[in-house]
Design a protein around this ligand. Sequence first.
Ligand SMILES: Cc1cc2nc3c(=O)[nH]c(=O)nc-3n(C[C@H](O)[C@H](O)[C@H](O)COP(=O)(O)O)c2cc1C
Length: 136
Amino acid sequence: MDYIYVSTLSKNCDSNAIGDILSQSREHNKKSHITGLLSHNQTYFLQCLEGSRDAINDTYHHILNDQRHSNVSILYFKEIDCRSFGDWSMGDIPQSHLTTLLKLQFSGSEHFNPYKMSGESAYLMLLELKKNLPSE
Ligand SMILES: Cc1cc2nc3c(=O)[nH]c(=O)nc-3n(C[C@H](O)[C@H](O)[C@H](O)COP(=O)(O)O)c2cc1C
C-alpha cells in the first residue's frame, strides 16, 4: 500500500525533533518492512509510506497521535504491486528541495499550500524528489 499525507509542524518541532523522527522511523520501519520518504520545510511535512496494509495502518495510527505535528491530512492512498521508494526505510529530503518543488507546483501563487495538492501530483512530486536522493 502506498500512502501520502501532509501535516503541519508543531511550534516546538525543530531540527533536533526532525532528527529524532527520522531515527525512530528508520528503526521501526526496518522491522515492519516499511519504506518511504519524509520531506519537510519550515511549515509542512509531506510523507510517503509504503508497505503491507497492516504495517501502514499500525504506523499511521502512531503518526496521527504524534504531538510534533498536527492537521494530518491524507492526500493519496493506493494498493501497489511494487515499491517506488524501496531504497529508503525513511529517506530524508533536504528542505530546500521541497520548497523549490512546491513553488514550482504552485507557481503563480505566492502562498503555496500542499493541503490543496491533488494526490496524483503529490505522488509525482515525491518521485521527482527521490531522483536526487542517494540510497540509504
Ligand atoms: C512527521 C512524522 C513522521 C513519522 N514517520 C514515522 C515513520 O515513518 N515510522 C515510524 O515508525 N514512526 C514515525 N513517526 C513517529 C511516530 O509518530 C511515533 O513517534 C513512533 O512510531 C513511536 O511511537 P511510540 O512512542 O508510540 O512507540 C513519525 C512522526 C512524525 C511527526
